[in-house]
Every structure is written in C-alpha cells, then in structure tokens.
Write a protein that binds this ligand. Structure first.
Ligand code: ZN
Length: 284
C-alpha cells in the first residue's frame, strides 16, 4: 500500500508539472526506465531525500511499482454526455433499468451555479483516472469516447462493463443537491444485490474508493448515504451490471467550495488521483 501510494504521488507531481496531458497509453510495465535499476530501488531511496527523488523522477518510474495490476481491466463510465441536452427524444426514451424498472436512456446531468456542466467534469476526471491507471499497466475501457455525443443509455453502459469482463466498473458523477450547504462525496452500489458480483465484490470496491477519497482529505456526504457509502436499488447501470460496479458522486456541484474544486483542473486532478488510488487498491 505504501509503495502504491508513493507511485501515485509521483504521478500527481508529474501531472502537476506537465499540465497533465493524458499519459502515453501504450506502455504498461515493463516500461523503459533509464534512471532506476530494479535492484537498487531501496538504495536510491535511502541515499536521496524522498521529496527530491519524487519530484525529479520521470513518469516511467511509476510503472515499475504495480505488477499486480498489469492486465487488469477497468471500465470507466463518465456520467452523461455533452450532446444529451440537445437530443431530448433520444435521451428520454425508456430503457430497461433492472429490477423490472424502466428509466430514461440517460439524463443531461447537473451543473455548478456558474454553469460548468457535470458531463464536462465527469469526462475530464475520467480521462485523468484513465491516464493514471494506464500508467500502472491497467487496461481501461470507457463507455463513451468523447464529450460531444449522445448517450449511451444506462443499459448500454452496463453492457460495456459486462462485455469487457471488467475487474472493476466505476461510474463517475457529481451531484446537484439543491441545498447549497450539502456537501461531500458518496459511493453508490447496487443493493440488494442481484448477482454475486453486486454483493461482496462491489461493496469492497465501494469501500476501497471511499477509503481513498477519505485518505486524500475528502469529506463524506452530509446528505445521502452513510459513511460515504450509499445502497441503491434504482440505478440502472448498477442494477444491470454483472461485474463489481460502483458509482461515485464526487460532491455537490451546487456547493460553492466543491464547485470551485470541480471547476479547476487541479481540483479535478485531485479527484482523479483519489479515485484511481481506490481502484488500484481494489484490483491490485
Ligand atoms: Zn450524474
């Protein structure tokens, strides 16, 4: 765990320095590393101040610490889509949502009071989580390929995770609670579970993501769920999943403090690092 955390910290620092363009996606470990010999890792750490070492390392060094996650498959589901609002008939059509329910194909999502839309937030955070996971050797599949399209519907999003036989499926959202004082994140999972993967594996994934967010200083929700976790029976993407699946509501876009964090690139990077750490803990 300590090694993984340091690896993520390296990513964080490098991202801050580089402006965080998505990392090259083709090089899971073993990555070419010119600065670090596999046999001298501890020597390097003991002879060099840790902070100096982490700031100076190129991104390739982060890939050497995570052999356990190489080849794992993670499906990331960025909530909503940029074209949803202008295609109401497509988005409002009813689709199967599990437990005998039907729900709208998809929704437009919420926005900050300043007009920053949820779909843009979820897309940006998802791309940042993807970059971190790929740098650790994880195979990442997204449920949508851009932020200008329509849908996909919730049942199609679930089908993507199922078809990929994902080791973990994580939907990324932000909430729009009307009370501006409401704040904090929560992680939802299907309950009661409809299959084995919605049971203990999904609960564990939810806890790992919750713990990573708490570790990075995020407050649990003040207005929904308990201790950062929320049992849900009404979310189609979770109901229809046959893989370990959770949905993260990163915070309340109507809360001024959280809206400010979500609107800034640095704030989104912090969310991404915490979510990625939780996913890596689960699949590792
Ligand atoms: Zn949402």
């Amino acid at each position: 765990m300590a090694v993984r955390r340091r690896g993520l910290l390296v990513v964080a620092l490098v991202c801050l320095a580089s402006g965080c363009r998505p990392a090259p996606s083709s090089s899971p470990p073993p990555a070419p590393t010119s600065t670090q010999s596999p046999t001298t890792t501890t020597t390097t750490v003991t002879t060099t101040p840790t902070t100096t070492t982490t700031k100076a390392k190129p991104t390739t060094t982060t890939t050497t610490a995570k052999p356990a996650v190489t080849g794992k498959v993670v499906v990331l589901d960025p909530g909503h889509n940029g074209g949803n609002a202008s295609h109401p008939s497509e988005i409002n059509r009813l689709v199967p949502a599990g437990r005998g329910q039907t729900k709208a194909c998809n929704t437009t999502g919420t926005a900050t009071n300043g007009g920053y839309p949820e779909h843009a937030f979820t897309w940006d955070v998802t791309k940042r989580v993807q970059a971190i996971l790929v740098a650790h050797g994880v195979k990442v599949v997204l449920t949508r390929s851009n932020d200008t399209g329509v849908g996909p519907c919730v049942n199609e999003r679930a089908a993507t995770g199922n078809a990929a036989h994902a080791d973990a499926v994580v939907s990324i959202h932000a909430d729009g609670a009307t009370a501006t004082s409401a704040h904090g994140f929560h992680v939802a999972y299907s309950s009661p579970p409809l299959n084995a993967e919605q049971g203990a594996p999904s609960v564990q994934l939810a806890k790992d993501v919750r713990d990573a967010l708490v570790h990075d200083g995020y407050a649990t929700s003040t207005y929904i769920g308990s201790d950062g976790l929320s049992k849900r029976s009404d979310l189609g993407g979770l109901n229809l999943s046959t893989r370990p699946s959770v949905l993260v509501e990163c915070g309340n876009m109507r809360n001024a403090t959280e809206a400010a964090a979500m609107t800034s690139a640095g704030g989104r990077q912090r969310y991404a690092e915490a979510i990625a750490a939780g996913i890596l803990s689960y699949v590792g």
